[in-house]
Design a protein around this ligand. Structure first.
Ligand code: COA
Length: 176
């Protein structure tokens, strides 16, 4: 896989860049809609052709445990990440990768791997990352992306209880 570390930046979005996150979020949800069976009522667009907005996106600028990040390649936006401190396992966490997205055009070239390294290095602590069972791409991506990030320790994989979360939950730590 290509090492994109020098090409990729991950920087907190300003309030004025909020519209960029909102726009990319629409494509993120569209991707997730493809993982649902056709009879599912999840991820259907509203009458304006848009998916529902991310709940309480404002909190990612207001709450110090949260961050909205824009992933750029050579200066151009190619994805985003939202970090909060929500635990899917019930065990204590400092950080949780709530959402993470790379645009299709830029996939399979190491962009996400470089972005993950940048994010984990910038935000040390006890991390959690929940991977939906039916998201086969994410299931292939995350364990390797985390395990190959320098400084990651105590990596364990839990299985969600099927009520609060269906899929695996990666837990690990990274020192500041
Ligand atoms: C998952 C995602 C972030 C990966 O982004 P990416 O930039 O393509 O990832 P990378 O190029 O760094 O991939 C590194 C390795 O992960 C694995 N991988 C990544 N995507 C994969 C896929 N769809 N299927 C199988 N393996 C995959 C491969 O081993 C890849 O190395 P290779 O391309 O040399 O084979 C991207 O596909 C995405 O945004 N998906 C939609 C949103 C999503 O699922 N987010 C995660 C929510 S938990």
């Amino acid at each position: 896989m290509t090492d994109r570390s020098e090409d990729i930046t991950v920087i907190p979005a300003t309030q004025t860049e909020r519209a960029l996150i909102e726009g990319l979020f629409q494509f993120y949800i569209y991707d997730f809609s493809a993982l649902e069976p056709a009879e599912s009522e999840r991820f259907e667009p509203g009458p304006d052709g848009r998916f529902a907005a991310y709940p309480d996106l404002d909190s990612y600028w207001r709450d110090s445990t949260r961050a909205a990040l824009i992933i750029r390649r050579g200066g151009s936006p190619v994805g985003f990440a939202l970090i909060n401190a929500v635990s899917h396992s019930g065990f204590p966490v400092d950080r949780n990768m709530a959402e993470f997205f790379v645009m299709r055009k830029h996939r399979r070239g190491g962009v996400a791997s470089a972005a993950v390294r940048a994010i984990l290095t910038r935000y040390p602590g006890r991390w959690e990352l929940a991977i939906a069972q039916r998201n086969t791409g994410a299931r292939a991506f995350w364990p390797v992306a985390v395990a190959t990030t320098p400084g990651v320790t105590d990596l364990t994989t839990l299985t969600g209880d099927g009520v609060h979360w269906t899929g695996s939950i990666l837990r690990f730590a990274i020192e500041g």
